[in-house]
Design a protein around this ligand. Sequence first.
Ligand SMILES: Nc1nc2c(c(=O)[nH]1)N[C@@H](CN(C=O)c1ccc(C(=O)N[C@@H](CCC(=O)O)C(=O)O)cc1)CN2
Length: 291
Amino acid sequence: MADIIDGKIFAESLRAGIAAEVATLAFTPGLAVVLVGDDPASKVYVANKARQTVEVGMRSFEHRLPAETTQADLLALVQALNADAAVHGILVQLPLPKHLNTEAIIAAISPAKDVDGLTVTNAGLLANGLPGLVPCTPLGCILLLQDRLGDMTGLNAVVVGRSNLVGKPIAQLLLQQNCTVTIAHSKTRNLDQICKTADILIAAVGRSELIKGNWIKPGATVIDVGINRVPAAEPGKTKLVGDVAFSEAVQVAGIITPVPGGVGPMTIACLLRNALTAAKRIETTLEKELS
Ligand SMILES: Nc1nc2c(c(=O)[nH]1)N[C@@H](CN(C=O)c1ccc(C(=O)N[C@@H](CCC(=O)O)C(=O)O)cc1)CN2
């Protein structure tokens, strides 16, 4: 049986460290979260983000906009937040309603306040191995891997998924750890065989329980980023499952993250970490400009 990583406990200790550091600052970091529409899961994530922001001693600015918000209105809000000195981090909850142009909205966020690490500037910094803001879920995965594996030099890492939010940035972070990285996706041929080469397998493809136990190399470390809501055995109820068939995989892998309770909680903890990083950088730059 694999060792099961408890992401909740890890995230709690990360948040405790952030709170301790915030308490030492001469200013209060501020994080703005923008939600457009009524997606039930997004509403829960945004509420959790706001609550945890306050719990670590930061200021939370919540902006809930109706589903019919126009591109121009959302852009105007982002620009106002860019200009607001009390706001050090800006996050626009995804997915946005279909009529909005997500790329243009993300591009409008000041890279210094882009705590999701999604602007082209931050993606470029990551690709070049330079310090920027790194997307939260990939950062959470790497922190878990570093904690469990330490040095990852030379390990074969397979990332299943190529999104800007998870797949591409985590591949970059694994390269920085000296892994040999393969990026696979839903159209990859012989996906099972490729997965079987992985010492580290990252499942971020968004397909419930796609990755079976016999796709996994015995003893591999499996990080499941998938969050898929599927019908439960009880009629009318649903449950969360990952991209990995957990009950099979847990018998083959050496280390594995569960869903829920694995990577998910790390996402918000890493958002707070990014907000702290952004705030310190912004305030330091301001101080330099004033002196
Ligand atoms: N702007 C962004 N949008 C989205 C991101 C993101 O990083 N930035 N990621 C996801 C959603 N997400 C945060 O926004 C997120 C997903 C899951 C969890 C989490 O704690 N999951 C729990 C289960 C929670 C549940 O019951 O639904 C777990 O896995 O244990 C936190 C944050 C998409 N959008």
